[in-house]
Structure formats: structure tokens, C-alpha cells
Write a protein that binds this ligand. Sequence first.
Ligand code: SF4
Ligand code: SF4
Length: 393
Amino acid sequence: MAQQMLKPDAAFAREIAQAGGQSVKKCYQCATCAVACPLAPANAPYPRKEMIWASWGLKDKLRGDVDLWLCHNCGNCSDLCPRGARPAEMMAAARNMVYRDLTAPSVVGKWMSSPAGLPYLFAIPAILWLLVWWIAAGFNGGNWFPRAADGRIVFGQIFYGDYTIDPIFMLTFFGAVFVLYRGVRKLWELFRPEGKLLVVGRTRHWILHLVDVLIEEVVTHGRFDDCETGPATGKATPSRKFGHMFLVWSFILLAFVTAMVALGHWGGKVIPLIKIETPMSLLFPLKILANVGALLLLCGLGILTARRLALNPDDQGSGYYDWYLLGIIWLVAVTGIGTQCFRLADAIRPAFMTYYLHLVFVWMLFAYLPWSKLGHFVYRTAALVYVRMYGRS
Ligand code: SF4
Ligand code: SF4
């Protein structure tokens, strides 16, 4: 039988160490972590094998490892590791590196991996929306802060929905979906040998598995109950499950409101009955839903931020990735609420400037989604669907 050659990659081992897996060399393969993991099945344990692959720099083994994506980063294994080798942090670091590689162009992933890349990530949308503002101001006779004919503050006077916001965000959204689609295809290709091992043949169509995974992972967050304790913080921290759940539900609610407003706007041109006037009044049902979504967003953000702040510096692991995403969502929420407050207070200059920043941060959230921690959510879902397709529960 032909022997498979293992190809160690020292640079990859170093990168993992820098990305949060600096303690992997301490591992002496006792297997406590694999036994302690509440999610690893007995016949396919992790993260012990991943620790040895990481310390030997076996990049290809880690890239094709479906178990990397089944880990919930609860930290139980790190808590119980007798050597302080921090397997949970290594799993997170390896995941980040793999999905950065999967997602082209990789330079965005590189910018995303450290604070040094932030100016580039910010500059792209900042210039884009400033250009839009400058051109629209030109159409308004050089007035950068125009009011509507009835004196109200209407952001569409500068940021025209039909000609700027809708096309730019549509392109951004579908661009991100396309990048993720390609990434998921590549990920499934990497898993292929694992699929052969799991075997057995497909049992149901992948779409049915996707529905199950979405119900379990998104609607109920059921698997969080299996590993709720989280990394050793030394302090009691609010529930990770509820932080995630509130955040995900708020995204779903806000996405629904956005879709309805777009439908009302574009569909209203054809069927006047469904037309939605913007800005919506505070008591309009969609506006109420949007505000409930914003409230859930703030609760989720508050809980997850409190948890992160409570972590010991040694437990930060993939900390910058988490802080980047939390930071951007905070900025989206704060500028969104600020925009509404300034508009209601009739403060036109702060209202327009806050709205401009809001557009910049929303663009950053969507456009860089495939490289951020949110991309992880998509890849994780794809991995869960994959293992179910091949007979592993
Ligand atoms: S990571 Fe820790 S618990 Fe896991 S095998 Fe290595 S030494 Fe043991
Ligand atoms: S972090 Fe939690 S889910 Fe991930 S390997 Fe460790 S114990 Fe298992």
C-alpha cells in the first residue's frame, strides 16, 4: 500500500503560534483535552490530534480537518489541560488561518489579522462614500448638508437610495456571497478524503441537513448548552449562548427589515399598495421591529464584550479577530443610533456626518464578512452539513 508523505511546514507552525497557538509545544499528548471536550464523539476525538499536527506544522492535515470546525471554542479543553498548552486557542488560531487562506483575495485576510491593516480596511469605504457625498453635493449646488423641500433632514438628499446605497450594497452583498460560496466549495474539496473515511454514502440531500443545522445552531443554539462553561476567566461571566443568540437573532431581524424596506421601495414603484415611505415613523411596524433588532444587537454585544473583557490576557487566543468584529458591530450600532438621534434633534451636520460613518462601518461589516469571524459562522455551518451528509452526527 502506498505510504502518504507528510509535509511539515515550519512557517505554518510559526504562524499558528503567532495567531494564538503559542503554547502548542507544551503538549505532551496526554489526551485529557480529547476526553474533556463535550462535543467530540468518542469515535472521532479532538483536539489532541490537532495539537500534534499544529506543533509539527502539518498544514495540509489541519486544512482538511473537519473537526476543526466542529469545535465551539468553549475552552473546556484548555481549562483541563495539565500542561497549559491551550488547545482551544490553537483550534481557534488554526481555523482563522485556514479560512483566511480559503478566501480570496488573501490580502484582505492579511489586513484583517492585525491592527496594522485597519487603516487600509477603513480607507476603502471611507473614500468610496466620500466620493458619493462629494458628487451628490455637486448636484445640490455645492451644499454638503441639504434639507428636503419641507425642511426635514432626509439622508436621501445626498445618499440617493436608488443610485448609490442600493446598488453599492447589492454589489457588496452579492460579492461577499460569491466569495463565501467559493470558499465553501474549496473547504468541501479539502474535506473530501475525510468524507471517504466517514463514509458510507450520502443519506439525505444537503439542503435537508442545512435546515437541521440552522435550527440547531441558529434558532436554538442547542449545542452551546453542551459546552456553556467557556474559557477559564477566573470570574463569573454572562452567558456566551445568549450573547451569540441575541446577536444572530438581531442580524436576522435587521436583515428582514432591510429586505422588506427594499421590497417596499422597489416593489412600490410597480404596486403602489406596498410602497414604504422612508424615513419611517417610530410607530410603523417595521420601524418597531428594527428597534427591537437594535436592542437585541446591543444586548448581545454587551454580553459578548463583557465576556471578552473578563478574559485573562493569557486566554485571549484569537483575540484581535474577536475584537475586530465586536468593534465594527459596536460602531455600526452606535452610529446607527446616533444618526437617528441627531435626525430627531434636527442637528443636520452631526446627522449627516454620523450617517456617513454609519455607511462606512456597515460596508466594512458586509464587504469583509468572508474574512472576519462572521465568515467562520458560514464555514462552520458548511462543515456541520458536510459531516452529516456523510453519516456523522
Ligand atoms: S493539549 Fe494538553 S490535554 Fe491535550 S493532549 Fe496536549 S497536554 Fe494533554
Ligand atoms: S474548545 Fe470546547 S469544543 Fe473546542 S475542542 Fe476544546 S472542549 Fe472541544
